[in-house]
Design a protein around this ligand. Structure first.
Ligand code: DCM
Ligand code: DCM
Ligand code: DCM
Ligand code: ZN
Ligand code: ZN
Length: 269
């Protein structure tokens, strides 16, 4: 996701953190503001673009070597490369953030990475190898010639919300929280976190990746990528078809992140 998506995941998560987990996270991050998770949600994207942080670029995704739209799947042994992937990164930083022996700087870094990667893993194209997560799928959206990945990460969410500031993210999060509490997602939210186990992170995060990867076949490119490249403009028909899934995945990421951090705090810190 882009900055808007990551900050929205963070604000949704903040709403569901226990008071004790929130205090712990504020202490780790040395930020007692009301945007303590949102403020750091995109740090990992800034870091990976630096020379010192280039090693972390593969940790934002898992390149599932499947065959969309015919067949979607994630296989950790097949798909997580030697340099790591979003699943192994979530395992690493889940362990590190609960490890009291780390320096304050390393603990803060672990939490910044974890907040970001639990967001990225819900973006279907971060769980797909085809054309590097569809970065190589040329499309037109709102008159711009861009690629399908950037439309999912950034331009379709921004079209929905009308901006990418923290205030925009907070406003989107408020809407999603009300859908989680008493709306569209009320009856399915339990399934988003069912079986999540901080003691079996690879299994848990592979399930998260598999859930999002399935959407590549069913929602992102149900008729293949060439059909999208051939569209005159993805707006409005394709956008209307997929924007509900984008909202679902952002809500899911935030709700899952909160449960994950609450559980880490209760069981490991
Ligand atoms: N590091 C990491 N994951 C690990 C071990 C280290 O991301 N399992 C990172 C944290 C620091 C850097 O590597 O950015 C150096 O770590 P250390 O503090 O262990 O020297
Ligand atoms: N990305 C991905 N899968 C890949 C390569 C990249 O999901 N195989 C993501 C990471 C960024 C975006 O695509 O969110 C752009 O990556 P880059 O700047 O490395 O092209
Ligand atoms: N952009 C894009 N696809 C869109 C909207 C914008 O590729 N649907 C690109 C064009 C510019 C950059 O994003 O390179 C910033 O656009 P803007 O000035 O519209 O924010
Ligand atoms: Zn991306
Ligand atoms: Zn990322």
């Amino acid at each position: 996701w882009g900055a808007l998506g990551h900050a929205t995941v963070a604000y949704v998560a903040q709403n569901y953190l226990s008071a004790a987990t929130a205090s712990w996270a504020q202490g780790v991050l040395a930020d007692t503001s009301t945007s303590y998770l949102a403020n750091i949600a995109s740090w990992a994207d800034t870091f990976r673009s630096t020379t010192a942080g280039a090693w972390s670029a593969p940790l934002h995704f898992i390149d599932a070597e499947d065959n969309p739209p015919t067949s979607c799947s994630v296989n950790y042994a097949r798909d997580c490369g030697a340099t790591g992937c979003v699943v192994s990164a979530i395992a690493n930083y889940t362990q590190r953030v609960g490890d009291g022996r780390l320096s304050a700087a390393d603990a803060a870094e672990a939490l910044r990475f974890l907040v970001h990667f639990v967001g990225d893993i819900t973006q279907p194209l971060h769980d797909e190898a085809f054309e590097a997560g569809a970065n190589g799928v040329a499309v037109t959206f709102m008159g711009f010639s861009d690629n399908l990945h950037s439309d999912w990460d950034t331009f379709m969410p921004e079209e929905l919300i009308g901006g990418s500031s923290l205030a925009d993210a907070q406003s989107w999060a408020t809407t999603l929280i009300s859908e989680i509490d008493s709306g569209t997602y009320e009856s399915t939210k339990a399934s988003w976190i069912a079986g999540d186990d901080v003691g079996n992170v690879i299994t848990t995060a592979t399930r998260w990746a598999t859930d999002a990867n399935a959407l590549v076949c069913s929602v992102v490119m149900p008729n293949g990528a060439a059909a999208l490249t051939a569209e005159t403009d993805l707006f409005p028909t394709y956008y209307d078809d997929v924007i509900g899934t984008i909202e679902l995945q952002i809500a899911k990421g935030g709700y899952r992140l909160a449960n994950w951090l609450n559980t880490i705090f209760e069981t490991e810190v």
